[in-house]
Every structure is written in structure tokens, then in C-alpha cells.
Write a new protein. Structure first.
Length: 131
């Protein structure tokens, strides 16, 4: 994509990838997006969805400690493009503290996007507006 943008002389924009919550190929895809002889060959960022932290849970129990360890030497910006779990309302958002904690994830991840802050019609077990 970056080569195409440059060849067409379009304005320079960041190009990255957001992966689904599929553990079987997530790391390989992340490595692919981060390979190349120079920065113009690599993606500008990589992100993925994770719905594994369902409260009550912990940094280790959710598997997020494994994410932090796995990507500890990743060289392009990395973030969670969607994170959350709404199976146990009300949702206390305990994972936010781990994501932004320098001792847990903030040295590896550049943050994340909450999924989903409000309940939508796709969750009939929870009344609208309950988090």
C-alpha cells in the first residue's frame, strides 16, 4: 500500500493493519507487517482485537501477560484495536489499568480502543446502556 501511495504521488498517510481476534495466525501476521529492509517496507502500526479479559480476571489470567511478553521487542507501534468483554455486567473495565500500566503493558502497547463502551442491540441479555 505504501508503495502504491508513493508511486501515485498521493499524500503520505500512515498505513497499518487491524487483525481479528484469531490467535492461530496473529503473531505471524504481526511479524509480516513488521518485516522489510527499511521503514518504507513495513507497516506504520499493527493492532489486533482481544476479547479475552472478561471480569473478574487478572493480567495473567486473561492472557494479556502473554501478549505483553510476545510483543516485547516489537519495533512498530502496537495497540489493541478492540478490547473488552461484556458477559458479566456491569463491566468495571479493570483491564484499562493493566493496559496503561508501565509495569504491565504500556512499555509495549500504545493503548487501545474499548469494545464496547455501551451495550448495543446485539446483546439481548443485557439492557441497553449497562456496561
Amino acid at each position: 500500500m505504501r508503495g502504491y501511495i508513493a508511486a501515485r504521488k498521493y499524500r503520505s498517510i500512515p498505513v497499518g493493519y487491524s487483525a481479528a481476534d484469531v490467535s492461530s495466525n496473529r503473531y505471524q501476521l504481526a511479524q509480516y507487517m513488521n518485516c522489510g529492509a527499511n521503514a518504507t517496507d513495513r507497516s506504520d502500526f499493527f493492532s489486533f482485537n482481544s476479547y479475552s479479559w472478561c471480569d473478574p480476571n487478572t493480567f495473567v489470567g486473561s492472557g494479556w501477560s502473554g501478549f505483553a511478553q510476545m510483543y516485547s521487542n516489537y519495533s512498530i507501534p502496537l495497540f489493541l484495536s478492540e478490547y473488552g468483554c461484556n458477559t458479566n455486567p456491569p463491566r468495571p473495565f479493570q483491564e484499562v489499568q493493566a493496559l496503561y500500566s508501565p509495569s504491565e503493558m504500556a512499555t509495549v502497547y500504545s493503548g487501545g480502543l474499548v469494545y464496547e463502551y455501551t451495550e448495543e442491540a446485539d446483546n439481548p441479555n443485557v439492557s441497553s446502556g449497562v456496561c
